[in-house]
Design a protein around this ligand. Structure first.
Ligand code: CTP
Length: 401
């Protein structure tokens, strides 16, 4: 179940041209299962109508008329008290100033003052306004009070200039919302490292030996760990995927680079979801191998086994309290996985039958069995890689308890 499922999110929309992007944000949050209540300021209403939000959230969108309506004496209190998160996107310089100074002169700012939930703002304004010492001071006041701030990004601004002031894109904001909601989850205060993707072993400057791994399971694991409140480092080979918001990303290509990146890290948990190469070219040609020179003979050598290196050694054992591996098998699934569990010094391993068409590389689903070092097993039914990731992070949280 997504971290957004069943969550009550208040979405404040203020007077910026970026208000049009807030409809997409409201839609994405709603589709992910959140109950989204929108509050528009008067200036926000100049850019976009309550009806637009009602159409995507299926719920009444509130305006300043409601502040003066029949239920006005409780409206802002009830909205602010029942929400899991108040997101203000876009948040103008003016609303930032009001929030910083506790000014409550419209339904949104009254609600913000009355709310007990965390507040996440996505500033949107012209670059000069964002850089202005007044805005910067307000920003620091809000940050020091624990307000979460997403963006702004650099880029083209409504004024025609470029600078820092663009509201983040809705997809990125959804990531910030997830990270905010997960803050106090079962992995809060824990550090988790996830490796993802298929390694690339260079033959020459243009060619590599790689494999079919898409990185999907690893990226889903990084997101699940963030959703559970962990501080996540994602060590990834090049993939077509967007890393989850909040993850520290370390880009690598080869097994050696992945191993080197891990040697500099310590964490509560290491999840080796990467499909790391077992063999690599012994010598990397300095120049592109040319056709005219005939078919090359490429001699391979063993690549380092990352898990054995980091979890087998006493140093490794201390650096990662829980170590999790994956076993990609096309035959004798459980026997091979069980052997890897022991030989790689793991706490548990996710055995993955890559011969099935609905599991393994590049598909959206996985069918895995978890084998634990105490000899117990858990057979998981066919599920999405997101659900599989949630199961794995639940077990990590349990083992770290
Ligand atoms: N792994 C590793 N270093 C490698 C290769 C694999 O740390 N050079 C990790 C993988 O990330 C995975 C686990 O070891 O978590 C098992 O990987 P898998 O490819 O299933 O097994 P191998 O050990 O490579 O053995 P084989 O390919 O012979 O099955």
């Amino acid at each position: 179940m997504s971290i957004l499922s069943g969550k009550h999110i208040l979405l404040g929309v203020t007077g910026s041209i970026a208000a049009y992007k807030a409809t997409d944000l409201a839609s994405k949050l709603t589709q992910a299962g959140a109950q989204v209540d929108v509050i528009l300021t008067g200036a926000g209403e100049k850019f976009i109508t309550p009806l637009t939000f009602q159409s995507v959230t299926g719920r009444k969108a509130f305006t300043d008329k409601d502040l003066w309506g029949d239920e006005a004496h409780v409206m802002h209190i009830s909205l602010g008290k029942t929400a899991d998160l108040l997101v203000i996107a876009p948040c103008t310089a003016s609303t930032m100033a009001k929030l910083a100074h506790g000014i409550a002169d419209n339904l949104l700012t009254v609600t913000a003052l009355a709310s007990t939930c965390p507040i996440l703002i996505a500033p949107a304004m012209d670059g000069g306004m964002f850089d202005h010492p007044a805005t910067q001071k307000n920003l620091n006041t809000l940050l020091s009070r624990g307000c979460l701030v997403a963006g702004p990004a650099a880029g083209h601004l409504a004024s025609g200039m470029t600078g820092v002031g663009r509201m983040l894109e809705p997809m990125e904001l959804v990531g910030h919302v997830r990270a905010a909601l997960g803050k106090h989850g079962t992995l809060a205060g824990k550090k988790v490292i996830v490796t993802a993707g298929g390694t690339q072993e260079a033959i020459d400057p243009v060619r590599v030996i790689t494999n079919h791994s898409s990185g999907k399971q690893g990226y889903a694991l990084a997101q699940a760990a963030i959703d559970a409140g962990a501080e996540v480092t994602l060590i990834t080979t090049p993939t077509s995927l967007t890393p989850p918001v909040g993850a520290k990303v370390v880009n690598v290509k080869s097994v050696q680079e992945m191993l080197d990146a891990l040697m500099n890290e310590s964490a509560d948990a290491l999840i080796m979801a990467a499909a790391a190469a077992d063999f690599r070219p012994k010598n990397i040609a300095q120049n592109k191998l040319k056709k005219r020179d005939g078919i090359p003979q490429i001699e391979l050598e063993a690549a380092p086994d990352i898990l054995k290196t980091v979890s087998g050694s006493p140093v490794g054992a201390k650096r990662f309290k829980v170590t999790v591996g994956f076993a990609a098998e096309s035959q004798s699934l459980l026997e091979n996985a069980s052997e890897k569990l022991k030989s790689k010094g793991l706490d548990f391993i996710a055995a993955n039958d890559i011969s099935a068409t609905d599991a393994g590389f590049a598909v959206e689903t996985n069918r895995i069995t978890l084998l634990f070092k105490d000899g117990t097993q858990e057979i998981l039914p066919l599920m999405s890689k997101t659900e599989a990731a949630e199961k794995i992070t639940e077990h990590i949280a349990r083992l770290l308890e």
